[in-house]
Design a protein around this ligand. Structure first.
Ligand code: ADP
Ligand code: ZN
Length: 731
């Protein structure tokens, strides 16, 4: 290899492939040579697979047998910092490198030459005969002042079938052209005027911009109540990043959020950024991947895996709603996008902004320990004030059986209806009822494959397992005792609460918001938009609504069961309840009208409920931190979850027991092993699950120890082992 990382034709190179092998493979550099980091296609047995030139070959075998790289793909080579990053994430999460490479290349057809597609513009011809549909197509094209559309976009915008557009093409009124698919993204202009900032905001922006200009790594926790203008603040940090010619990545927890956010970005910078999430089409993903790599996308907004895009010059990563649990990926590579964002930024001299109204205890503690800077926005922007929070003591309410809206809450909702304001009734449970019970024998309908009860979904007219997604029809007769007509719902889900709201408030318009009620992210976005415009008196929502949507007419939030998440065995139960209740309550009173949040609870004196109501956040964090410190658990100690699973419970437990007996590598670092025990959900999709927990002192090399611990294991048959470093969920 020459000093600049170039391999001459025929030189032996090692290639990391996306195939599940435990090592890199040696190949000869192709005709014309190749650079280290080049994306290549290599032969593997009879197949061609994707790989990256990782370094010089190791050799040690008959070189005449070495096969040659088939071709170098026409995409920007993987940068050294990316190779470093993938290696570090692999070490941190105990993930094999091929799986890391798959995560970093999740766009189809990366190597294909830029393909062409048809686009449509206004033509010069006049149609012989105008129809409404034709008029709409031409109006859309005129409205957008000469911009081109794809067939699908144009037909959708105009609300016509594609044959109407094709008809206009034949008549010359619309022009069809070929255009390359992977176009650079439109230029974002940081010099367009932003909003005039409040004093608080201006101070935060100045600090962040000064940090950015150092081009050194640094992380800032940006804490501010919902509506305090955090988004405006970090958009100005994005602006500074763009001025410096660097790229910005904004991570958001929820696709449904992006519609509103995109509009704000467009208003600030004059164009839309690149989008990377599960709702994006394959061609869009490919475009983002390529343009990010060649520096033709200045800003990306995306879900957690956007962190693995091949940025050419990343200067800023914003993790909005940084406490959100969806940043932790819990299948495949178990990584926390928040933590890995910090790692990535440290490697490439970028800044990280962690924004939240209710930060995770981890980030709070890192700020308290001066590892992160902290900026606080203390008041809501403009006239909006924080909602008042009050408990409704359910022990004192007269409740009819099978109802969940207390008389006090009903009163408050009625007042809002009279004033034409909106109310949100929050319940964090999808479906109609969490339990279906036979009144004759007491049988509860469970999933056949999981250790979980089936949840009735009336909307789908089926029972569903929330673990594996299996559904079955609601039985007429009890599957256990055979008695007919005795199956009854127990407890409320969002659908049942909506039914109660419709009966209780017959003149009100009730809208349900739950991720499973909409066929597509687009339909959900449209619904949220409608509701924000005021098209509902009462919104019944799950966790989905807790996340950052703006409903200007919303002035009342009623939490149906504030105690629900208090009862988890999870070490973060208190933290989660605190965050969720404060987030949900934050939905009320975002515009000019004051908001009220009412929490229905059976334990108003519970310390967590009291902390939520009093709003004494620092007190809550300090108490929570002290408790965890005493217990030696995260963030003051380290944890890892090991889950063994297999079709039969016996052999799975045998391995777990053997692991617990042979725990020398862990004892060497002062770590303890707990278990094996059946996992809280002991069976999922027919696989029995057994869990071990590792607890280690802070700073102990837990990954190395676990790697040594599991290396000698020979898992037979269908038994699988997963390691989750810093587990967030214990299931
Ligand atoms: P957060 O991200 O903290 O929830 P946002 O940035 O979304 O807060 O701000 C809340 C609302 O206040 C938004 O509608 C936003 O447009 C508005 N806002 C915030 N800062 C300003 C400003 N400096 N000038 C005008 N409007 C602002
Ligand atoms: Zn199931």
């Amino acid at each position: 290899m020459s000093a600049n990382g170039f391999f001459d034709q025929g030189e032996l190179v090692s290639v990391l492939t996306t195939q599940p092998l435990d090592r890199t493979l040696d190949y000869k550099a192709p005709e014309g040579g190749c650079f280290q980091g080049a994306f290549v296609e290599v032969p593997l047995g009879p197949r061609k697979v994707l790989g990256v030139v990782w370094g010089p070959g190791r050799g040690g075998f008959d070189l005449s047998k070495a096969r040659s790289i088939i071709r170098v793909l026409e995409v920007a080579p993987m940068r050294e910092e990316m190779r470093l990053f993938l290696g570090k994430v692999a070490d941190y999460t105990l993930t094999p490198m091929p799986a890391m490479l798959r995560l970093a290349t999740r766009a189809p057809g990366l190597g294909d030459p830029p393909s062409m597609r048809k686009i449509y513009r206004l033509g010069s011809g006049e149609p012989d005969r105008m129809t409404d549909a034709r008029t709409r197509v031409l109006e859309v094209l005129r409205d957008y002042g000469g911009l081109a559309f794809t067939l699908k976009e144009l037909a959708e915008q105009a609300g016509v079938t594609s044959s109407v557009v094709k008809g206009l093409v034949k008549l010359g009124a619309v022009r069809e052209e070929d255009s390359p698919r992977d176009l650079p993204y439109p230029h974002l202009d940081p010099e367009l005027p932003g909003k005039e900032l409040s004093e608080d905001q201006a101070r935060a922006v100045a600090t962040l911009q000064t940090g950015l200009r150092t081009r050194d790594y640094g992380t800032t926790l940006l804490k501010g109540v919902t509506g305090s203008g955090k988004t405006e603040v970090y958009l100005e940090a994005v602006a500074e990043t763009l001025r410096m010619g660097r790229q910005a990545l904004v991570l958001l927890p929820e696709i449904a959020l992006t519609a509103e956010f995109l509009t704000r970005v467009e208003a600030r910078f004059g164009a839309r950024p690149a989008e990377w999430h599960s709702g994006a089409t394959m061609t869009e993903r490919r475009r983002v991947w390529r343009m990010v790599g060649q520096g033709d996308a200045q800003m990306v907004i995306g879900a957690r895996s956007a962190l693995f895009l091949p940025f050419r010059n990343l200067g800023l990563v914003v993790v909005d709603e940084e406490h959100d649990t969806s940043y932790k990926q819990e299948d495949g590579v178990h990584y926390s996008a928040r933590d890995m964002a910090v790692l990535r930024a440290a490697i490439c001299g970028a800044r990280v902004i962690l924004a939240s109204a209710t930060p995770s205890l981890e980030s709070w503690a890192n700020a308290a320990a001066d590892k992160y800077d902290r900026l606080d926005l203390t008041s809501r922007f403009g006239a909006a004030v924080l909602p008042k929070m009050k408990p409704i003591d359910m022990r004192a309410e007269q409740m009819q059986p099978g109802t969940w809206i207390s008389p006090s809450l009903r009163q408050a909702v009625l007042q809002r209806i009279e004033r034409s304001e909106q109310s949100l009734l929050f319940i964090n449970r999808r479906g109609y009822a969490p339990v279906t019970l036979c009144r004759a024998c007491g049988e509860q309908i469970a999933c056949d494959h999981c250790d979980a009860r089936m949840v009735e979904h009336r909307f789908l007219k089926r029972l569903m397992c929330h673990q594996c997604g299996e559904t079955k029809p609601m039985p007429e007769a009890c599957p256990s005792c055979g008695v007919e007509g005795k199956m009854a719902p127990v407890g409320p889900g969002i659908e049942r609460l909506a039914e109660e709201a419709e009966a209780t408030f017959p003149d009100a318009k009730v809208a349900m918001l739950s991720s499973d009620l909409f066929g597509s992210a687009r339909a959900l976005k449209a619904k949220i938009e409608e509701i924000a415009q005021g098209d509902a008196d009462i919104i019944i929502g799950t966790q989905l609504v807790a996340k950052g949507h703006n409903f200007p007419k919303l002035t009342l939030v009623g939490v149906i069961d504030a105690d629900l998440s208090l009862h988890g065995a999870d070490l973060r139960a208190a933290e989660r309840t605190f965050q969720l209740m404060r987030q949900v309550s934050g939905r009320a009173g975002r515009a000019d009208k004051p908001g009220l949040a009412l929490l229905q609870t059976f334990q108003p004196e519970h310390p967590v409920i009291r902390a939520i109501l009093s709003g004494d956040e620092e007190g809550f964090w300090a108490a929570e931190a002290a408790g965890r410190q005493a217990a030696g658990v995260p963030p003051y100690g380290r944890m890892a979850g090991i889950v063994l699973s297999g079709p039969e419970v016996g052999p799975v437990f045998d391995i777990g027991n053997a692991m617990a007996r042979n725990d020398a590598p862990l004892r060497d670092i002062g770590a303890q092993v707990f278990g094996p025990a059946p996992a809280p959900i002991a069976r999922i999709r027919g696989r029995h699950r057994v869990r071990l927990l590792v607890k280690a002192p802070k700073g102990a090399p837990i990954q190395d120890a676990i790697a040594k611990w599991i290396a000698p294991l020979r898992l037979k048959g269908d038994i699988r082992l997963t390691v989750d470093i810093d587990p967030q969920n214990f299931y």
